[in-house]
Design a protein around this ligand. Structure first.
Ligand code: SAM
Length: 276
């Protein structure tokens, strides 16, 4: 029986299971162990952590997470071919890997395991933003313990939007939602050539550390609606884009001639607090 250090190369696993990459499932695999180890390290010390991985595919990152000392990994995968390809890894992991076949968008990850939960994933890019917003919503509803941290791969442009600061071109709804609930930092970029097959875009890993919110935190839906209104018309002054919220804008002492990108995360949260 193989152990975690004597598994066959991923290319052999892919060939043996006919795991031809499907574009519609966002399948761009990482086959270089040095890279997957680097991603696992970017999540911090995983010893004793309950790690949730979305889309393990042939299992390269999964191997790294297990070798990095995760107490156990719960891997949610939609593609039944990949689930079959992961069976040998599951045996080698000796009870430390649970494979959940299903759609991550429909799966309540918090129900999979107890705290401390950490999400680490090379996400399918077609559903990366809705997945992230769903997890941020859970962090707002259940507190920072919902997911202690997340280390996630996005296309570079989405990573830039998540970590953008006010005043920049990339600053928008995602920067506010993520910056409100987490400390976010880009860890490193990856070129298309790091993946098999290579995607058309560059990629970046973002690390999110959940924040403990102080005081009366506004409702997630209110912050979403406010940022959708403001950034939906980002070139307009807020007297126009936020005209339905002018009472709150005045109560916060914000200049109505400002534009969406001039308001800080704290400004949006103060506005939302008044509206909640
Ligand atoms: N983790 C692997 C790696 O790094 O080589 C594969 C990453 S690949 C970018 C994305 C993975 O997500 C694929 O294995 C794909 O089958 C899976 N996937 C796509 N849509 C999914 C969904 N809705 N729910 C769960 N997994 C999904």
């Amino acid at each position: 029986m193989s152990d975690l250090h004597s598994l066959p190369p991923l290319r052999e696993v892919i060939a043996a299971h006919g795991l031809r990459a499907e574009k519609k499932l966002g399948q761009n695999f990482l086959l270089d162990q040095n890279l997957t180890d680097k991603i696992a390290r970017s999540a911090g010390d995983l010893t004793g952590a309950h790690v949730i991985e979305i889309g393990p595919g042939p299992g390269g990152l999964t191997r790294s997470l297990l070798r990095a000392g995760a107490q156990k990994v719960w891997a949610v995968e939609y593609d039944v071919r990949a689930v079959a390809a992961l069976q040998d890894l599951q045996t080698a992991a000796q009870g430390r890997l649970e494979i959940v076949q299903g759609d991550a968008l429909e799966t309540d990850l918090m129900a999979l395991c107890a705290q401390p939960r950490v999400i680490v994933a090379n996400l399918p890019y077609n559903i990366a933003t809705p997945l992230l917003l769903g997890w941020l919503r859970q962090i707002r509803m259940q507190g920072a313990g919902a997911y202690q941290s997340m280390s996630l791969m996005f296309q570079k442009e989405v990573a830039q939007r998540i970590t953008a600061q006010p005043g920049s071109k990339s600053y928008g709804r995602l920067s506010v939602m993520a910056g409100w609930l987490c400390d976010c930092r880009k860890v490193f970029d990856l070129p298309p050539s790091a993946f098999t097959p290579p995607p058309k875009v560059k990629s970046s890993i973002v690390h999110f550390k959940s924040r403990v919110l102080e005081g009366d935190a506004p409702a997630f839906e209110v912050v979403e609606a406010l940022t959708a209104a403001a950034f939906g018309q980002r070139r307009k002054m807020i007297r126009s884009s936020l005209r339905d919220y002018m009472g709150a804008v005045e109560a916060c002492g914000l200049d109505p001639a400002l534009r969406a990108e001039d308001l800080s995360v704290a400004d949006y949260i103060r506005l939302a607090q008044i509206l909640t």
